[in-house]
Ligand binder design. Structure first.
Ligand SMILES: O=C(O)CCC(=O)C(=O)O
Ligand SMILES: [Fe+2]
Length: 214
């Protein structure tokens, strides 16, 4: 650990994750980087490269839409553009830091762009799949414009368990450049209905599977 330079932004995220299983950071990416990623996602969306997001192996589109209405496009890290390269450089540096300081054993990551058209939402859920326990940390970077407020909806609601069995609902506004990170296996969450298009990059840091039989 001696050759790791202490990074205060990463340290704050790690402290939060250890103490409360989620962290909200407004300083991970610069406003310039956020703006470029935002322009990129808007341009791609106009080129209609996005498709209706699925849920597990559900096939009925009407049922899927009653649970989640976002449209997504997976990012291929091997074909990254200049701004995506900056995104992955920062994320991969953070993964290295997590592995070196917390021994998390992150071996893989996956990210997609997401657009929530007006009137859509994502009902309460947990990100880890029942038959695949590799998703460890969920990461969402919001790419909306600066003046997003409660009237626009689209809050990320985290449902945080209390010791007495009740839970607290924490509502997070999807502000430009805001990074939300939370435990993929234990934190139920939802995206409240949006009143105007909402843009983000969502992804997961994954460990080696502990359930698969080789
Ligand atoms: O966009 C968000 O705030 C959360 C998205 C989400 O929960 C998901 O894609 O699994
Ligand atoms: Fe989720």
């Amino acid at each position: 650990m001696s050759n790791i330079t202490l990074n205060p932004i990463y340290e704050k995220i790690i402290d939060d994750l250890l103490n409360q299983k989620y962290s909200i950071s407004d300083f991970f990416f610069s406003s310039e980087e956020t703006k470029e990623l935002r322009n990129h996602v808007i341009l791609q969306n106009t080129q209609q490269d996005f498709h209706q997001a699925a849920i597990g192996n559900a096939v009925n589109e009407q049922i899927v839409k009653s649970i989640r209405g976002d449209k997504i496009r997976w990012i291929d890290e091997s074909k990254k553009t200049k701004i995506e390269e900056i995104f992955f450089e920062k994320i991969n540096d953070f993964i290295l830091y997590l592995n070196q300081t917390c021994y998390l054993g992150i071996e893989e990551s996956e990210f997609h762009y997401a657009v929530y058209p007006e009137g859509t939402f994502y009902q309460r859920h947990i990100d880890a799949f029942k038959n695949d326990d590799r998703r460890t940390l969920s990461i969402v970077l919001y790419l909306n414009d600066e003046e997003w407020n409660d009237d626009f909806g689209g809050q990320l609601a985290l449902y945080l368990p209390n010791e007495n069995g009740t839970e607290n609902e924490l509502n997070i506004l999807p502000l430009a450049g805001r990074l939300a990170i939370f435990d993929s296996k234990t934190i139920p969450h939802e995206v409240k209905k949006v009143n105007k298009p909402r843009y983000s990059i969502t992804g997961w840091l994954k460990t080696r599977s502990t359930t698969s039989v080789i």
